[in-house]
Each structure stands twice: as structure tokens, then as C-alpha cells.
Design a protein around this ligand. Structure first.
Ligand SMILES: Cc1cc2nc3c(=O)[nH]c(=O)nc-3n(C[C@H](O)[C@H](O)[C@H](O)COP(=O)(O)OP(=O)(O)OC[C@H]3O[C@@H](n4cnc5c(N)ncnc54)[C@H](O)[C@@H]3O)c2cc1C
Length: 458
């Protein structure tokens, strides 16, 4: 490995768009959660696919690590260069290349953010549904197989990426998928690169499935006396097939945090936050059906919001919940758990999680995309307090064990990076070695985001 030789060549290739400035390195070495800062050796700002291919070819020649960077919001250290090397920042590849209204898809560069795409689509009557809350890049969202509040209705990035352009670890440019709605032509390489966290190549273009903007959108909040009442209401709602567009849980601790952070005045109880999409009559009918289920579970204060600004405020509050929780204990760091279980086991999972956190004196407000069986406990700890940090890590381990024992997964949406690497063998068994074999076949020198997702090489 000769990182400095690669940087020398990259500097001639990209000029000022290759930087080693301290502030740029620092901002590309941080993560939203608890991993220590690890600046890369350089940051590259490509503007075209050809430049990305050139960067990868130079790095391959010198066996220099290459780590993609979208907006850096991933939560498991995915975008950090733990082994040094070059961070490839896609913020200058931010063009929307085509909106095919008749076929309901868009071709975009990877640095386009989901909010920028939806802003651009506003006049078309179409929208891109995947919403992880953070204004993440579409390249980063594909690389982490992101989902979020609307996955219960519209699916995750796995369901919404139709095709990709990828620069392989050798620096070749390949295309996967097509603009057709389905295909039976060979291995599904699109699915392979979606969720690969940049370990198999860099995404330089995405073809994304769009949805028609619903005629009517209604949001609602509903309070419950106990978390299990809210969770059982979710289970019944999903099992009855009410087509929820969003169904999110916030527990009482989360409500305290968002009330303090966003000046809200929600009652100090667990809540479900909801959204219904459809025709005027359809959305009203869904809301009524949900209301009846909620009543059976003691739901109260079922409050509808039809005005766009009220809906916006509600979801802004939900999306800021993570920051509200972190702000509730100044100076703390957060470990965000992300287990996902079959819907029938959700109540058991949430209750066991709450009991475990209480038993081990851990402050961990719970919120999440419960309609998918996915929820997060935001485990706060003092980074200077090794004992507390260890306690939080142990709680996270127990929670993953619980999810696996219930037939679920260690991560519903945040991905593996380095934070969840330790669970891969347990979750996948021999299938993890198959992932390692795919990595070795495509990236024998292991330059693409090394140290993440697959088994370490000996
Ligand atoms: C407050 C908050 C709430 C969140 N809520 C959710 C949620 O509800 N659902 C959810 O899924 N996630 C959530 N996340 C996590 C995060 O937003 C997602 O993981 C998102 O997909 C990351 O996108 P990014 O552009 O920030 O990618 P980055 O963090 O920059 O990168 C993520 C990974 O993708 C790789 N990568 C980036 N660009 C490319 C590319 N062009 N080609 C190949 N690899 C690339 C990076 O190397 C890295 O491995 C949340 C994060 C925060 C801070």
C-alpha cells in the first residue's frame, strides 16, 4: 500500500479538487454516532464518472483505500476511513439527469439528496418515497440500503433502485438493471450493490422508481397509556392490511425530549405518529379504520392534520427526535440500536428491550418504524465513562441476540459498517463467508471501503 504515491498522482489528476486540508480531512473523518474521528489522508471531489474511474484506477495501482462519501449521515461508521486512504466525496455529482414522467423513473447522479430530488419533482405529480429523515445522498442511501418512515408502504432502497452505474474496484464502468419494471436477465447485480456500503464499487448513477403523489395525505397522532398498547395497535393495524403510509412509535422518554427540543406540548405518553395516502375518500377511510383499532387499544386524542404545514411540523418533529434525544443529555454520545423483527414478535421485542434497559440503568428512549417491526433505542452514554460505555455496548449486544432469537435481524436499515460487524457471523453463519468470497472476487486487493461489512482477510 502506498497512499502518498496515490495522493501525488491524484493531485495531478484532479488539481484543486483533491485536498488534504486539515478541516476537510476532519469533516470527512467524523460520524454522527460514537466512533472516534478518523480523518482520511485526502478528499477527492469528482465531477464525472470518468473522473471516478480515474481515481479508482490510481488507487488500485497503489493499493490505496477508497471510501465513498455522500453526506456522512450513516450511523455505523460506514463512511469513515479507518484504514486511511481517499474519501471520494460525491457532492459535486449532484445533477438530476432525466425525469421520465411517462415511465415514472428518474436518473440521477449519486450526490443528489432525496430532498433535492423531491423539490425538483414537485411540479410533475411524482415523488421519491424513501425517507430516512436525514437529507442523505441517494448514492449513500443506495449503498446502505436505507429505508425510513415510509418503507411500510413504499419499501426500502432495495425496492426503489431499478438500475445503477458502478465503477468497479479495477476502475471499469458497468451498468446494472434497466428502465424496465422487471427483468429476469441473470444475476441481480443491482441488488448486490444496493446495501454493499461501497465495498464492491462506487455508484456513479442511479435509476430510481418514482411514485404518483397521492390525491390526499392525512397525518395523525394518537396517544396511548402504555407502550405495549401502542405496539399491539400497530400489530393489529398491519395484520388487518390497513395500507399505512407511515406508522411510527415514540415512547414517553422521546416525547419528553422532543417537547423540550422543539417546544411541542405532546402529552407525556407513548404516541403513534401516522400518515395515510390515497384518494380523499380512501385516506379518510384508512384513518377511520385505524381510529377504530386504536380505540380498541385505549388510544386517545386521535388528532388529524390535513394542512400541509401541520403535517410538515409533525414529521420535522419526528425527524429531529434523534437530535432532541442527544441534546437531552449534553456532552453525551449515542449508540443507536436498529433491530427489526417479524411483526408478530414486535411487542415482545419492545417490552424485553425496555425491561433490559431499566434493569441495567441505561437511558435509552425508544422510537421507530414499528410498522416494519423496526425500532431504535437511542442509548446515551458519557464518552469519558468507560464503565457506562461498556454497559451500553453490552445492552446493544443483548438486543441483537434477542432480535436474532425472534427470527429478526441486527439492523433493519442502518447497515453494518464497523458497528454491527461483530454480529454478522452470528446472523448469517456460512453465508457471511459467501459475502467474503464475492468481495474477494470483485476486489482482490481490498481497496474499496476496507474493514467494513465482510469477514476480515487474514
Ligand atoms: C438523525 C438521523 C436519522 C436517520 N434515520 C434513518 C432512517 O430512518 N433510515 C435509514 O435507513 N437511515 C437513517 N439514518 C442513517 C443515514 O441517514 C443513512 O444510512 C443514509 O442512507 C446515509 O446516506 P449518506 O448520503 O449520508 O451516506 P454516507 O454516510 O456518506 O455513506 C454511507 C455509506 O455509503 C457509502 N457511499 C456513499 N456514497 C457512495 C457511492 N456513491 N457509491 C458507493 N458507496 C457510497 C459510504 O462509503 C458509506 O459506506 C439516519 C441518520 C441520522 C443522522
Amino acid at each position: 500500500m502506498n497512499i502518498q504515491a496515490a495522493i501525488g498522482e491524484l493531485s495531478s489528476f484532479l488539481g484543486e479538487r483533491l485536498t488534504c486540508s486539515k478541516s476537510e480531512l476532519a469533516s470527512h473523518g467524523n460520524s454522527e454516532t460514537y466512533f472516534p474521528p478518523t480523518p482520511p489522508d485526502a478528499v477527492a471531489y469528482p465531477e464525472t464518472t470518468e473522473e471516478v474511474a480515474g481515481i479508482v484506477r490510481i488507487c488500485a495501482e497503489h493499493r490505496c483505500p477508497v471510501v465513498g462519501w455522500g453526506t456522512g449521515t450513516s450511523l455505523e461508521g460506514q463512511a469513515q476511513a479507518f484504514q486511511g486512504g481517499v474519501s471520494v466525496d460525491f457532492s459535486r455529482m449532484n445533477r438530476i439527469l432525466e425525469v421520465a414522467q411517462a415511465d415514472m423513473h428518474a436518473r440521477v447522479q449519486p450526490g443528489v439528496t432525496r430532498e433535492a430530488l423531491n423539490e425538483d419533482l414537485r411540479a410533475t405529480g411524482l415523488f421519491f418515497p424513501v425517507d430516512p429523515g436525514a437529507n442523505a445522498s441517494l448514492g449513500g442511501m443506495a449503498a446502505t440500503r436505507a429505508s425510513g418512515t415510509t418503507a411500510v408502504r413504499y419499501g426500502t432502497m432495495r425496492d426503489n433502485v431499478m438500475g445503477l452505474e458502478v465503477v468497479t474496484p479495477k476502475g471499469d464502468v458497468i451498468r446494472t438493471g434497466s428502465a424496465a419494471r422487471k427483468s429476469a436477465a441473470g444475476y441481480d447485480l443491482t441488488a448486490l450493490f444496493v446495501g454493499a456500503e461501497g465495498t464492491l464499487g462506487l455508484i456513479t448513477e442511479l435509476t430510481l422508481r418514482l411514485q404518483g403523489t397521492p390525491e390526499a395525505i392525512t397525518s395523525a397522532v394518537c396517544a396511548f397509556e402504555r407502550v405495549e398498547h401502542a405496539v399491539n395497535c400497530v400489530i393489529d393495524t398491519i395484520q388487518m392490511g390497513i395500507p399505512m403510509a407511515r406508522i411510527e412509535l415514540v415512547d414517553t422518554q422521546t416525547v419528553h425530549a422532543v417537547n423540550a427540543y422543539a417546544g411541542m406540548d405532546l402529552p407525556a405518553k407513548p404516541h403513534l405518529l401516522l400518515e395515510f395516502h390515497g384518494s380523499e375518500a380512501g385516506a379518510a377511510e384508512q384513518a377511520e379504520s385505524f381510529g377504530a383499532v386504536a380505540e380498541d387499544h385505549g388510544g386517545s386524542g386521535f388528532d388529524w392534520a390535513i394542512r400541509a404545514e401541520d403535517r410538515k411540523a409533525l414529521w420535522a418533529m419526528r425527524h429531529n427526535a434523534y437530535h432532541a434525544i442527544v441534546a437531552s443529555r449534553p456532552g453525551c454520545r449515542a449508540l443507536v440500536t436498529d433491530i427489526c423483527v417479524p411483526i408478530s414478535r414486535l411487542a415482545e421485542a419492545v417490552e424485553s428491550c425496555r425491561a433490559d434497559l431499566a434493569r441495567h440503568r441505561i437511558h435509552g428512549p425508544i422510537l421507530g418504524h414499528v410498522g416494519d417491526g423496526n425500532f431504535h433505542a437511542i442509548l446515551l452514554f458519557d464518552p469519558e465513562d468507560e464503565e457506562e460505555k461498556a454497559r451500553v455496548l453490552e445492552a446493544s449486544n443483548r438486543l441483537v441476540e434477542l432480535a436474532l432469537s425472534l427470527g429478526g435481524t441486527s439492523t433493519g436499515e442502518h447497515g453494518i459498517g464497523v458497528g454491527k460487524l461483530g454480529y454478522m457471523a452470528r446472523e448469517h453463519g456460512a453465508a457471511w463467508s459467501v459475502m467474503g468470497a464475492i468481495k474477494t472476487a470483485l476486489d482482490p486487493a481490498c481497496i474499496m471501503n476496507p474493514g467494513k461489512l465482510v469477514p476480515p482477510r487474514n
